[in-house]
Design a protein around this ligand. Sequence first.
Ligand code: ZN
Length: 373
Amino acid sequence: MSNHYDVLGVGRDATGEEIKKAYRKLARKFHPDVNDGEDAQERFKSVTHAYEVLSDPQKRRVYDTTGNENGTDNGAGNFSGQGFAFQDIFETFFGGGGQQGPAPRTRRGQDALITVRIDLRDAVFGANKKIEVETAVTCPTCEGSCCRPGTSPTTCDICHGSGQVQRPMRSILGQVMTVATCGSCQGYGTMITDPCNECIGEGRIRSRRSLTIKIPAGVGTGTRIQLTSQGEAGPAGGPAGDLYVEIKVNNDPAFLREGDDLHATLSVPMTAAALGTELTLDTFDGEQPISIKPGTQAGEIINLRGLGVTHLRGYGRGDLKVHVHVETPSKIDAAQEELLKQLAALRGEQFTAGKLVTSGGMFARLRDKLGNL
Ligand code: ZN
């Protein structure tokens, strides 16, 4: 049984990314679902355990300094069980390989996520939008030093700046010295004895600010825009994480989006559908002339090429599809009724006891219509 670094096949100075990569590769190899070898399950377990420890900076630091992931308190108990080498402690204690100095107070901040609602028009063309964000920012009073201006951190009395303390432990090999994070300074090696008033020694404060963001044309609900270094500032002047802006597009009263196409409904009177007419439709690109041909049927689609949503990646735009809705008159007076009956008679459409008898076959027409939906 070897140490967690050997289990993952990485060096002690491996970066988080290298550790993740190594773990993925081994986990795929030994996962019980794909590997039914005798020791695969055991290997998978130890690989996963090693990754759990080394992927967590806090746990890794403890592991590096003490040789086990639980700190020194039960280090002796784990001495043989966890299989770490005596040499690890020896080196740590006497300044061999793997030794780490005091932990930096300054760390990168976390990424932040906010949701921004936009109108469909902004999704079609893109827009600059002013948003309000609240994140941690580096404290303006102490500029991230955490100390009251004019003062500075003092070296920790307990660990003398190393961030680590040595403790004698009894073990099967007799008394050995182990190294643990200094509880007095939390491993930083220094103490903020006179903390900044504004941030109470954190080096950062919460702050609201407005930001103008560029929303590219073609975004949709769920699109995330990444703004580098606009997230949470890290503690003690640490660099900020990224800000992710997630887009939600409001429903539009007139247009429905489907992919990069837009759909709209245009109502025309029955007579206009029969006789044909010229209309205009108000679109995101202004008023567009629409030609209703004589004999236009309900549900017909008129395609306005290139008047849809801009493609997010690439060039050009989707289409605007105008669905024709034919308005059948619902309130007619006696004169209109008489005219319609005359029209029906002229067209040879005869009513028989309330039923319309047609020559074309009603079901055939219904099928045509459904086919268009
Ligand atoms: Zn401050």
